[in-house]
Design a protein around this ligand. Sequence first.
Ligand code: PLP
Length: 404
Amino acid sequence: MSTKSETASFLSHRAGQIEASITMAITAMAKQLKRDGKNVISMSAGEPDFDTPEFIKQAGIDAIQAGKTKYTAAAGLPELKSAIAQKIKRDVDVDYTDAQIVVSCGAKHSIFNALYAIINDGDEVIIPSPYWVSYPSQVALLGGRSVFIETTDEAQFKITPAQLKAAITDRTKVLILNSPSNPTGMVYSREELSALAKVIVEHQILVISDEIYGQLVYEGTHESIASLGDEIKDLTILVNGASKAYSMTGWRIGYTAAPTEIATVMSRLQSHSTSNPMTIAQWASLAAFEGDDSEVATMRASFDERRIRMTDGLNAIPNVTCQRPQGAFYAFPNIAACIGKSHQGKVINSSVDFCQALLESQLLACVPGSGFGADHNLRFSYAASIADIDAALERLAAFVKELT
Ligand SMILES: Cc1ncc(COP(=O)(O)O)c(C=O)c1O
């Protein structure tokens, strides 16, 4: 007798369609080479290379010692929600009540819950491309349909109001805007956001504003689209968290600030899925958000120096061009001029081919742009030491020189 697993999959249609990221293959290869004792330089990290600041770690330790180790309210500690509302006011000048804040297990979870709260089957979600890898996968998991707006290096990977307008249909539910951007590092100005907000308000769609890199801006200032007036604020789900600015990726604290109806549903959803985010991490995040941000400023200054080093270095390599990122900690060079060339007899047809050959021959790991919807680009994280950045640039230059 055949078992069910031999004849049919137990997987749901939605879960079954989610594919492993192709970037995983490169990461796995880099790890194997490291295990084999090879001197691999990795520029693929999606997190700061700094430790979590001491006073934040101490707040976590204090919480454990004080026995603050039980459930909290599903949407987060009242003290933390209040500190988040104050932080949003301080950072981007938008007023939220505590009831509009939901604390989740990282910003990724916040975005998932936000999409869960608003997406019906077949709803369209507009995603500017290049995009952060998880957006389309989350949309697909929830039965929505991603509609991509293509951008170019020349346009600094930003969408225009006309492009947004053209992408909106009567099925459009929400735009996902990510500024500063992973992977491009681009930052929308207040004027650019204002022009997009006009279209959003006119067509009455929602916007998920992913501002997880908001405190890591090196040119200009970080602006939240929610700060552009009550009409757009009422259509915005603002996402942020502790992960990037406070070097707390492993603590898993993210949050949303949203219209009360959406926040209430997200809170209910969370109460039936994960319950509260980890209690000790919430107390540590409270210390982070109530702190004076001096350590954030130190990290920012360091990222800024590395950003210039990385971008200048990339632009000095023939056949590689790179827009200067204004925020986050990624450079997203264009390698279109290298596609179609050969490396040691092997044709480089894609960003994955490029990354694979680069890793094999120069022991340098970066992320192929195809995972972000841009097959002519690579993502280099500059959350790495200056020595590693210099060595990475040397290895990349040597590799590109060998292309024929
Ligand atoms: C654009 C963007 N949004 C959200 C996240 C998720 O952050 P968290 O680690 O808090 O879940 C990341 C993390 O890489 C990101 O790059």
